[in-house]
Design a protein around this ligand. Structure first.
Ligand code: ADP
Length: 308
């Protein structure tokens, strides 16, 4: 059995319609393609960690509807324990309506639905599971009170916390001191620090500034350039793996999950970021969120191929 990880977060169904261009307000455009896939940062990270060999529990809510069923099935198929996934009959499952134009420009409406009803009581109900985990992984797609409660439990019980500070939320700053490692991308880092990030040097400065806001270590992901680590000792750039990228959806989720798994296995932060870079890179080589999340053998294959 692998390391034990508890993930608290959002689960969404992504509905993606592609069209030659985005519609203007009031306009109807004939689309060219439509896909429906499981997503949401929390559910993605749970599935990713399970595919990388961890024993994962997911804590969250979906509606008592067809989409909720679809998300639960996807989590179960990956081997994620859904004992603490509630089917909430007073709301619908979270959905993301995504429109993509030919050049890649998109616009998205996310309706939180049941994700917005994840409560501190839900988290308390899973306290024993969190306490027995090697790591708590969380993001910001569920209410602040649930996130704060989970952090309090993890801190009290000495459970490692990997916190993906995404999507950007003002209250995230208050949580940094309760986390062992904070992961975030460039736009989230810009919102949290107020820094403009134009190049690698700016990204390094932002990572240092974020660490000085009170967390032990920051890992700033910078897409095809890889990631930057800032901890109490140093700041370091770990370059990305070269792959044939076609869709970056869920790359950050694969990255955060892989980082958590590897840290729990005893790796250093640097080793864990290398592993996470490989998982993130592989997630960009396939379309969609959960369908693109890589398996352990694929990640290890990419790393050993690059070392040869
Ligand atoms: P997010 O998906 O949250 O916006 P990033 O775009 O920074 O986050 O991607 C997360 C990680 O995925 C990166 O740190 C990197 O390891 C990997 N990655 C993303 N895009 C590429 C790419 N084009 N080539 C190789 N690796 C990539």
């Amino acid at each position: 059995m692998g390391v034990k990880i508890a993930v608290i977060g959002g689960a969404n169904v992504d509905m993606v319609a592609a069209a030659p261009r985005l519609p203007k307000p009031g306009e109807t455009v004939i689309g060219t393609n439509f896909t429906i896939a499981c997503g949401g940062k929390g559910a993605n990270q749970a599935v990713a960690a399970a595919r990388l060999g961890a024993s994962v529990s997911f804590i969250g809510r979906v509606g008592d509807d067809m989409f909720g069923e679809m998300l639960e099935r996807s989590l179960c198929e990956a081997g994620v324990d859904t004992t603490f996934l509630k089917r909430d009959s007073s709301s619908h499952t979270g959905v993301a309506q995504i429109y993509v134009a030919q050049g890649g420009e998109n616009c998205i409406i996310v309706v939180l639905g049941a994700n917005g009803r994840v409560s501190a009581q839900d988290v308390e109900g899973a306290e024993e599971r969190i306490r027995c985990s090697d790591c708590l992984v969380l993001q910001l797609e569920v209410p602040e009170e649930a996130v704060t409660k989970a952090l309090e439990i993890a801190n009290r019980c000495g459970v490692r916390v990997v916190f993906n500070s995404a999507p950007a939320q003002d209250f995230a700053l208050r949580l940094l001191s309760m986390c062992d490692v904070v992961t975030l991308n460039e736009s989230e880092a810009m919102q949290m620090t107020g820094f403009a990030i134009g190049d690698l040097n700016d990204a390094m400065k932002a990572a240092i500034a974020l660490r000085e806001m009170g967390t032990k270590a920051v890992v700033l992901t910078i897409g095809e350039q890889g990631a930057i680590i800032a901890d109490e000792n140093d700041v370091e750039h770990i370059p990305a793996f070269k792959v044939n990228s076609i869709d970056a959806t869920a790359a950050g989720d694969a990255f955060t999950a892989a980082l958590a798994v590897k840290l729990c296995e005893g790796a250093s932060l640097r080793e864990a970021v290398l592993f996470a870079n490989a998982a993130g890179a592989l997630a960009t080589t396939k379309l969609g969120a959960q369908p693109s999340l890589p398996y352990r053998s694929e990640v290890e294959g990419l790393i050993s191929g690059a070392q040869r």
